[in-house]
Ligand binder design. Structure first.
Ligand code: SF4
Ligand code: SF4
Length: 94
């Protein structure tokens, strides 16, 4: 299980409205992940990317999802819903 944590909260000020993006803690179970890329496609904030995993022996599962931008997560939970392997766990740090 690999843990990814957003670096900091980001405040976006626009038209006198300030939106605080939540800080998420994302875990991806590399034993369950099959590298299908669904989480990469569904995430509206481009949190995920696929990466070749050198320790994987099964050639059909050599790619794994990694959270390259956990600080962008808005906790929409679309990735949890679409992952057929239940490989993703997300916790709000707020
Ligand atoms: S949707 Fe699940 S199994 Fe597919 S790449 Fe993402 S974490 Fe891995
Ligand atoms: S909860 Fe939403 S924003 Fe966060 S990583 Fe999943 S799909 Fe992306």
């Amino acid at each position: 299980m690999i843990r990814y944590v957003g670096v900091e909260n980001i405040a976006i000020s626009k038209l006198n409205v300030t939106v605080f993006k939540p800080r998420a803690e994302i875990y991806i179970d590399e034993d369950k992940c099959v590298g299908c890329g669904r989480c990469v496609e569904v995430c509206p904030e481009d949190v995920y990317a696929l990466k070749k995993y050198s320790e994987e022996k099964d050639p059909d599962k050599e790619y794994k999802s990694i959270a390259v931008h956990p600080e962008r997560c808005i906790l929409c939970l679309s990735c949890l819903e679409i992952c057929g392997k239940n490989a993703i766990y997300i916790y709000s740090q707020q």
